[in-house]
Ligand binder design. Sequence first.
Ligand code: ADP
Ligand code: MG
Length: 230
Amino acid sequence: METQLRKSDTLNILGELAAGIAHEIRNPMTALKGFIQLLENSTGDQYSLYFQVIKSELQRIDSIINEFLILAKPQVIKYVKEDISKIMKETVDLLTAQAVLHDVQFRTSYDESLPNLLCEPNQLKKVFINILKNAIEVMPKGGFVNVSINKAPGNMLHISIKDEGEGIPADKIEKLGEPFYTTKERGTGLGLMVSFKIIEEHGGTIEVESEVGHGTTFQLYLPITEETSD
Ligand code: ADP
Ligand code: MG
């Protein structure tokens, strides 16, 4: 397996600051969680609703910090040659239970002769998770999510993720990937920002097509370069 080290060149002062702050927030959070657990254990059921809210808000802070850290952390990313459809299959498996709960079914189709790509598998998985989760979340009545991976002209790998959700109005498409842009009550608005950044670092692009009331398709293109195909 061929490996290559690449230092992310998007690191900047702001990123370092954000990472510092995120770490500083984590320590008091841990203390808070511990004491809240103790309080809950000693007060019985009387305030269980309050504790539910407190814990879900803490969870929310946690997920914001985690997504923020991915962005901010100075990263030496280890690129390896990997089968993208394998990463996608793992992601689909991971989310199947959540999908079933929402009456959502995945339909997958992978080109048989796909070359391996030089990539950071965990980062790509993060992207797939974000996009598939969004797809599940926009289909409250259930439906299909179609996932396909093919070769595309221009020596590209084309990953398509198509949902049958509410769609995105044309004037909102450009907002996707902006930090904290969310239309969800419990959203962080960071998932797509992280995803765009990761795909960009892989030399790829993301295109979004959507029709309100019908659904949305995320098209990811990743370059197959000489060194990355085998
Ligand atoms: P979050 O999921 O926390 O809201 P994201 O960055 O993942 O943050 O997504 C930002 C916003 O983009 C969502 O709140 C939603 O409005 C919109 N969006 C993303 N994916 C889809 C999709 N498949 N269908 C419709 N809207 C979407
Ligand atoms: Mg999301």
